[in-house]
Design a protein around this ligand. Structure first.
Ligand code: BTN
Length: 259
């Protein structure tokens, strides 16, 4: 782990934790964490997913970590930029391992699940602390399935990098690549938060973008295509009748194809 000492990331490795996000949250509220601090465990026993979901991770097989940002250059109204660049970094890193072994693309399922083909390989749990129009702190909790072979929870469609490679890769290697990529992207956003490249790259890497698929919202199922994700992170779907529908997170769900 000495490699990281020269970087702006400061790694706090804890052998066993209930949840890196929970730990980070508690430490932040005691003023004990700052930008660039990374909490990592190789035995997360009560990982949190979105809403009431749990995040399953077998000890020593995967990456489970939380990164602290103090993105004072990103207005709170543009906090979706965080989602965009962290998702893209994870996509890049996973793709780099799979390039030669699978034709299944690594994509971002809106807003920030990472998929290989039709299966979920990584998830992100953001907790942003907003004051006025400032993001004081953001916790980016990242789980990437790397070497796990069997998943026991009732998660719909988990997959790991191992399932595609058929051999194990060093978790530290993925961590190094991930932090390098996140740092590079974070600095690019710091240089210019208004550039369109982030949106363009996010859209280019979006799962089922522009494909006619089945969605479900409060009124039931319908067929439609994603046409855009706006700067606030709202998903825009044009249904078969040509009507544009706009959704915040959790207001619409993709009805996954059978895998
Ligand atoms: C999701 O897709 O539901 C989000 C999953 C996020 C899991 C990660 S693992 C590290 C961090 N600590 C947690 O308790 N959750 C996040």
């Amino acid at each position: 782990m000495d490699y990281f000492k020269s970087m702006r990331f400061n790694i706090r490795e804890i052998r066993s934790l209930d949840s890196t996000n929970l730990y980070a949250h508690n430490e932040l509220s005691r003023g004990k964490l700052n930008e660039g601090d990374v909490i990592i465990t190789y035995n997360q026993v009560n990982g949190k997913g979105l809403g009431s979901n749990r995040w399953e991770s077998e000890p020593d097989k995967n990456l489970t970590l939380s990164i602290i940002f103090e993105p004072d250059f990103i207005p709170a109204s543009r906090q979706f930029a965080l989602t965009q660049f962290v998702s893209l970094a994870i996509c890049d890193v996973i793709s780099s391992y799979l390039k030669t072994v699978t034709s299944e693309p690594v994509k971002i399922k809106w807003p920030n699940d990472i998929y290989i083909g039709n299966k979920k390989v990584a998830g992100i749990l953001f907790q942003n602390f907003i004051r006025g129009n400032l993001i004081e702190f953001a916790i980016a909790g990242i789980g990437i399935n790397i070497n796990q072979e069997i998943f026991c929870s009732d998660a719909k469609n988990p997959v790991s990098i191992f399932h595609h490679l058929k051999y194990r890769i060093p978790i530290d290697d993925v961590l190094k690549n991930l932090l390098d990529n996140i740092e590079k992207r974070y600095e690019a956003v710091r240089d210019d938060i208004n550039v369109d490249y982030l949106k363009a790259e996010y859209m280019n890497n979006l799962y089922v973008f522009n494909l006619l698929v089945v969605y479900k919202d409060i009124d039931g199922q319908f067929e439609g295509r994603i046409t855009d994700v706006d700067e606030f992170g709202r998903l825009i779907i044009r249904d078969k009748a040509g009507k544009e529908r706009k959704y915040m997170f959790k207001e619409v769900e993709l009805v996954l194809p059978n895998t």
